[in-house]
Design a protein around this ligand. Structure first.
Ligand SMILES: NC(=O)c1ccc[n+]([C@@H]2O[C@H](COP(=O)([O-])OP(=O)(O)OC[C@H]3O[C@@H](n4cnc5c(N)ncnc54)[C@H](OP(=O)(O)O)[C@@H]3O)[C@@H](O)[C@H]2O)c1
Length: 307
């Protein structure tokens, strides 16, 4: 498994991260197997959030990790704050600090390597975020900071007040959810793909050395539910993915991740499987690479067009 540096920080992490959102469905014994498999396959980066499984995902991970006896500093733990499910988004100082403290308790650790602001809060007061970040950094509870689902101007606003570099933007991106790529290919045109839904996220991230972490890399996205594998709306894409997988001797999951890794922005996809065999199949991604032609062929087979 290749390692990449995360943003402008000193953090070096596996190029693929394991998302822990769905770990709440597992027993501690099952979680141990998942974590052990991920680590033996070279994954050392785990993505959490305070809200996953209403906290149960962090709790089960924390218990399983402790039982495995793995040293804390051999892995990178990232969590998120700012969503109060179904009620509001909350970037107040009090909420950020309390949520991190609760995550640390559930994860059974003294610090997280990275804290992300999960989704933009319409009522953000960046001065409060700055105070929370300073306090969390000073106390050693959080080492680095970033955002998720933020657009470039929202990040600029934060940067005006926050003292720490923002090293990550975690964003939805898969072969079938590509607005940030579509917009860059359809400049000054009238097609739906030309709409700058979120500003020029990829260019902004590259200019500012922020690592994009694509979330839900196998999900349909674009308002559709479920995986894009075998989805009737993506017959051509599935045909191309399956052919490429056969040709390269890897699973189709590896092709979907290789498409994200081929982008020169040096992204770090967050995969969410809790199935050890799938984890092994996905990590084979780093043994292959896609040509420019193959990257475009996959993009276009998902139903996109070039201007
Ligand atoms: N920042 C955000 O707003 C945000 C939002 C959503 C997610 N996330 C992060 O992204 C991570 C990944 O999200 P995700 O779980 O939706 O992503 P995903 O990796 O696209 O999907 C994984 C899900 O698909 C299932 N699946 C079924 N067949 C599969 C196959 N052939 N290959 C791969 N998966 C298959 C998995 O089930 P099995 O477990 O049975 O394999 C699992 O339930 C989350 O854990 C979380 O850390 C972030």
């Amino acid at each position: 498994m290749n390692k990449i540096s995360i943003g402008q920080s000193e953090l070096m992490a596996s190029q693929i991260s394991l998302g822990i959102m769905r770990m709440n469905a597992l027993s501690v014994e099952e979680a141990k197997t998942v974590i052990e498999t991920a680590i033996s396959e070279g994954i050392d980066h785990f993505d959490h959030a305070d809200i996953y499984g209403k906290g149960a995902s962090e709790t089960i991970f924390g218990q399983a990790f402790k039982k495995l006896g793995i040293s804390r500093d051999s892995v990178i733990l990232q969590t998120k704050t700012g969503i109060v499910p179904g009620i509001m988004y909350d970037f107040s100082k009090e909420h950020i600090i309390q949520s991190v403290e609760e995550s640390l308790t559930r994860l059974q650790t003294d610090y997280v390597d990275t804290l992300l602001l999960h989704r933009p809060d319409a009522l953000i007061e960046p001065e409060e975020v700055a105070e929370a970040f300073d306090e969390l950094e000073k106390s050693g509870k959080v080492r680095t900071f970033g955002v998720s689902n933020h657009n470039p101007l929202q990040i600029e606003l934060l940067k005006k007040f926050v003292n720490q570099p923002l090293i990550i933007n975690q964003l939805q991106l898969s072969l079938t959810h590509t607005p940030m790529i579509d917009a860059g290919l359809n400049v000054n045109r009238t097609e739906a793909g030309s709409v700058l839904h979120e500003g020029q996220l990829i260019d902004y991230s590259r200019i500012n050395d922020m690592t994009i972490q694509p979330w839900s890399p196998f999900q349909s996205g674009n308002g559709k539910k479920g995986l894009f594998f075998d989805h009737p709306d993506y017959l051509e894409l599935n045909k191309v993915v399956n052919e490429m997988a056969k040709e390269k001797g890897v699973a189709r999951e590896a092709i979907a991740i290789a498409w994200l890794l081929r982008h020169p922005a040096k992204m770090q996809p967050i995969v969410g499987t809790m199935n050890p065999d799938r984890i092994k199949a996905i990590t084979k991604t780093t043994e292959i690479s896609l040509s420019r032609e193959e990257w475009y062929k996959l993009y276009l087979s998902g139903g996109k067009m070039l201007p």
